[in-house]
Design a protein around this ligand. Structure first.
Ligand SMILES: Cc1cc2nc3c(=O)[nH]c(=O)nc-3n(C[C@H](O)[C@H](O)[C@H](O)COP(=O)(O)OP(=O)(O)OC[C@H]3O[C@@H](n4cnc5c(N)ncnc54)[C@H](O)[C@@H]3O)c2cc1C
Length: 379
């Protein structure tokens, strides 16, 4: 089956929403609350998240009784596109807004929904993703963290790794093996809501290339989970985790991480008259990706699962994000430095330090291409 990207049109009121978000973000920058940065969806800023909550920019598609605004994925697309394009520090609420809140809405208990979703919408409750483990990233069905039945619920032991934001988050949604592995390797897995403030957890931040500590190792040592902290029922973990991954892979952050570098590159080259064609090629790629991504948002709004299209956007988006700093280095060569006051040098340095992770986080290039070929019936 050949992938199709049906053109999707943003709703009329999305334009007014875009203007409103732009004005909010420009006000934030003018007030000196933060400076626009590349890869801003990994930057944790609780104050900014709270202000986003006050403006209703988190959990926008969720029902009103849980703090949401019952708007469409297209409205959400507009808001996050503006946030990313302005390099806003959305990291604190990012995972909760993008995927964990949706998991709770669809698969959690009513009590969970009522106690957690309004706090996510207010920008005060943050989540991590508990999938990867040492030696288990791409092949998630092989997770070794195990949950054993107790009188009160479950006892969990094992290790998760590369868990973004776990040292600052309130909760984690963890994939755990609750039945021994059988021939059906996708059976016997369960997703749990993990309270990161509860005993039985050791959370150790890991330093990345940029010397920032935004992901962690999380060790479970006899962590006690209650029965009503199981999402979607014991043994349903595979179905739930694949649903979660589709949300994780489908957004514009997969090609807008280094948008601010492009902006600074254009500023740097302004008037030089030397790079119009190269810049034009990059902007054309960006616009094609944007149209594809809007199409994915349109599919989500119509309740269609965009697995194939999301994988294609992430694969092409990741390649664009990897190419951009290399092109920039050729067009405006300079020694990148994070500490410099020159915004171009700063964005270039930050992007170069994060670029190696672009083809790993959220699923590697090879794994995505496996999904693409399978959906196209090529294997
Ligand atoms: C910045 C960053 C943040 C992250 N945050 C999180 C997080 O919050 N939560 C979380 O759970 N994880 C997180 N991860 C982990 C990430 O999801 C994994 O690194 C990724 O899924 C790859 O897993 P791995 O590192 O175990 O590599 P492996 O799976 O060991 O892969 C190693 C190499 O083998 C290739 N490969 C593997 N299987 C196949 C196959 N079947 N066919 C062909 N090639 C294959 C891969 O493409 C890759 O090139 C993060 C990673 C990064 C870089």
């Amino acid at each position: 089956m050949l992938p199709t990207f049906e053109p999707a049109v943003l709703p009329d009121d999305a334009h007014a929403l875009r203007e409103e978000v732009r004005s909010f973000l420009r006000g934030e920058i003018a007030a000196g609350h933060w400076v626009p940065r590349a890869n801003s969806w990994t930057i944790f800023d609780e104050g900014f998240s709270r202000r986003c909550g006050e403006h209703g920019y988190i959990g926008m598609t969720w029902p009103k009784q849980y703090g949401g605004r019952a708007l469409s994925s297209m409205h959400r697309f507009v808001v996050i596109e503006e946030m990313l394009a302005h390099g806003a520090p959305v990291g604190a609420h990012w995972i909760a807004d993008r995927q964990s809140g949706g998991q709770i809405l669809q698969f959690g208990t009513e009590e969970m929904r009522l106690s957690i979703l309004p706090r996510i919408c207010a920008g005060t409750c943050y989540f991590g993703i508990g999938m990867s483990e040492p030696d288990v990233g791409s092949d998630l069905a092989s997770v070794k963290t195990r949950g054993e039945r107790t009188n009160r619920g479950w006892r969990i032991n094992g290790t998760k790794v590369w868990t973004s934001g776990a040292h600052r988050a309130n909760y984690l949604i963890a994939l755990v093996r609750t039945e021994p592995k059988t021939e059906n390797r996708h059976a016997g897995l369960t997703q749990f809501l993990i309270d990161l403030k509860r005993p039985g957890l050791k959370i150790s931040p890991i330093e990345n290339l940029a010397k920032e500590r935004d992901f962690c190792e999380v060790v479970f040592e006899d962590y006690e989970a209650l029965d009503d902290e199981v999402l979607g029922g014991a043994g349903q973990g595979w179905k739930l985790v694949t649903h979660e991954l589709a949300q994780e892979r489908s957004g514009p952050e997969r090609f807008l991480s280094d948008f601010n570098l492009l902006v600074e590159l254009v500023r740097k080259l302004q008037g030089s008259g030397s790079a119009e064609k190269d810049i034009g090629r990059m902007v054309a790629r960006l616009f094609a990706l944007r149209e594809m991504s809007i199409s994915v948002a349109g599919m989500l709004a119509r309740g269609i699962s965009p697995d194939l299209q999301a994988a294609l956007v992430k694969d092409h988006g990741m390649q664009f994000e990897r190419d951009l700093p290399e092109e920039a280095r050729l067009l405006a060569p300079m020694e990148p430095s994070v500490g410099t006051s020159d915004p171009y040098e700063q964005q270039l340095a930050r992007t170069l330090l994060f670029a190696p992770s672009f083809s790993l986080r959220g699923g590697t290039r090879e794994v995505l291409r496996g999904i693409i070929t399978r959906h196209m019936g090529l294997r």
